[in-house]
Design a protein around this ligand. Structure first.
Ligand code: FAD
Length: 454
């Protein structure tokens, strides 16, 4: 038995959760990556039941000299939740959600997915802005920002983070609310400061919505994008929508989906939809009244095991020249699954004072992303080249040259992470990192190295 085997056996006996090693039948399932281009073989996966387990697992890793990674919902395409030869702190068993309807606060385990969260809060008619896919983790999504259907009226997910329990690199259990700077860092600064074992969110009342897809033919893409831009520029907070250039599932044809989530009554929502489609080649109107739960389920789910390469930029504005660039670049996507996604930054998100969160791009007009998604390793080169060149075409329009932390791949250099925050924020995050994680234990992420001068 090696020293490492002994340490792992000891850890297995000390945590309340489960320790999975390469000799266990569950190992290959436990190390499954959402993005099949990123395959990692950890030394072990510690499925933690509570903060105590996390403290124990981190302590063992420290003593054994093992690198660690943290896995929330496991959906990040960079695959940083898994690590070769290291210990994965897997929070997937920590999925309890407790709601206080009086104070409108929810406390959620660090491994929750949005479906876990919404299911409980919606019993009280309440929600916090989450992502648009119910199976993504609240952990990574919140720590990287969080762009979802409700952000026009309630801000980003991270803007609604009002507290958190965190296990630090040296094994302390701290409350983020006791350190405003730490709470600031958790609002968009990524998984750099510790393992969040509990997230506390502000909740908002949410009723029936007018939502769904307007589907346009490929020929209408540039004009429909311009119309969408113009409508969103004057839209009330209650109207949100994203534009996805994608392919029809049945025949692979290129289409544009405008997915709307309108919290206004049916009348004004219908008037806006008429404005959006007027004179354009509309293939289908799939909008209608929906519950928030149905809105959250609208995008369906992407299975684990597809291959992904995502790259994008926040842009200052969406001039006609850029809508043309986006349409032309999408036309080169090898298909049949890849997409380009345009997410406006809207309403309350733009009005929240920028200094309140580490997230650094709230005044961008849109987050524009090239999402290469495919199945066969034989097609890796073509899809990756497409996403890189589509993203490259966005550079002249970019705010700072940074992408959205939550969509970045595993090969993004520190310069891109710095640009995502801007130099001043990045320096502030680096100082916070130096206080909470001076040895950069939490580095399997979009990393902010401790105390790096800018
Ligand atoms: P994981 O892969 O588990 O974690 C990613 C990283 O986050 C980890 O490496 C770790 O550094 C950190 N982390 C996660 N949990 C914790 C924790 N509890 N404590 C400390 N660190 C932690 N983003 C949006 O904003 N809006 C969307 O609508 C949206 N939709 C998406 C749909 C799909 C299909 C996918 C794949 C992604 C989507 N995203 C969206 C991006 C999503 O926000 C990121 O992928 C996010 O990182 C997923 O979080 P996770 O916990 O599932 O990821």
């Amino acid at each position: 038995m090696t020293t490492l085997d002994k340490s792992l056996a000891e850890l297995a006996g000390r945590i309340r959760g489960q320790l999975i090693t390469p000799s266990d039948a569950a190992y290959d399932t436990a190390r499954q990556s959402f993005n099949a281009t990123v395959q990692r073989r950890p030394a072990a996966i510690a499925r933690c039941l509570d903060a105590g387990d996390v403290v124990t697992a981190l302590g063992m890793a420290r003593e054994a000299g093992l690198s660690i990674s943290v896995r929330g919902g496991g959906h990040n395409v960079a695959g940083h939740a898994l690590i070769d030869d290291g210990l994965v702190i897997d929070l997937s068993p920590m999925r309890a959600v407790i709601v206080d309807p009086e104070t409108r606060v929810a406390r959620a385990g660090g491994g929750c997915r949005w479906l876990d969260f919404d299911t409980v809060t919606l019993q009280h008619g309440l929600a916090t802005p989450g992502g648009t896919f119910v199976d993504t983790g609240i952990g990574g999504l919140t720590l990287g920002g969080g762009i979802g259907w409700l952000h026009g009226t309630a801000g980003l997910t991270c803007d609604n983070l009002i507290g958190a329990e965190l296990v630090t690199a040296d094994g302390r259990v701290v409350e983020a609310a006791d350190d405003p700077e730490l709470l600031w860092g958790l609002r968009g600064g990524g998984g750099n400061f510790g393992v969040v074992t509990r997230f506390d969110y502000r909740l908002h009342a949410v009723g029936p919505l007018q939502g769904g897809n307007l589907v346009f033919a490929e020929s209408a893409i540039p004009a429909a994008l311009r119309r969408f831009r113009d409508v969103m520029a004057g839209a009330p907070d209650a109207l949100y929508g994203v534009a996805t250039l994608t392919h029809r599932v049945d025949n692979g044809e290129r289409i544009l989906k405008l997915t709307l989530c309108d919290q206004r009554p049916a009348g004004p929502a219908a008037a806006t939809r008429r404005e959006l489609v007027k004179g354009l080649d509309l293939l289908a109107d799939e909008t209608g009244e929906r519950s928030y739960a149905a809105m959250q389920a609208l995008m369906g789910q992407l299975p684990f095991g597809l291959r992904h390469y995502w790259k994008g930029y926040f842009v200052r504005e969406l001039p006609d020249s850029l809508t043309d660039v986006i349409a032309a670049r999408f036309a080169q996507n090898p298909g049949p699954v890849g997409a380009m996604l345009l997410e406006p930054l809207h309403g309350v998100t733009r009005r929240i004072p920028p200094q309140s969160a580490a997230f650094g791009q709230r005044h961008a007009a849109f987050n524009v992303s090239a999402l290469a998604i495919w199945e066969s390793p034989d097609d890796d080169a073509a899809h990756i080249a497409w996403a890189r060149s589509a993203a490259e075409a966005l550079v002249p329009y970019a705010t700072t040259g940074g992408g959205y932390l939550n969509y970045m791949g595993h090969d993004e250099p520190v310069e891109r992470v710095r640009a995502a925050f801007g130099a001043e924020r990045f320096a502030r995050l680096a100082q916070l990192k130096a206080r909470y994680d001076p040895s950069n234990v939490f580095r399997s992420n979009q990393n902010v190295p401790p105390g790096v001068a800018v």
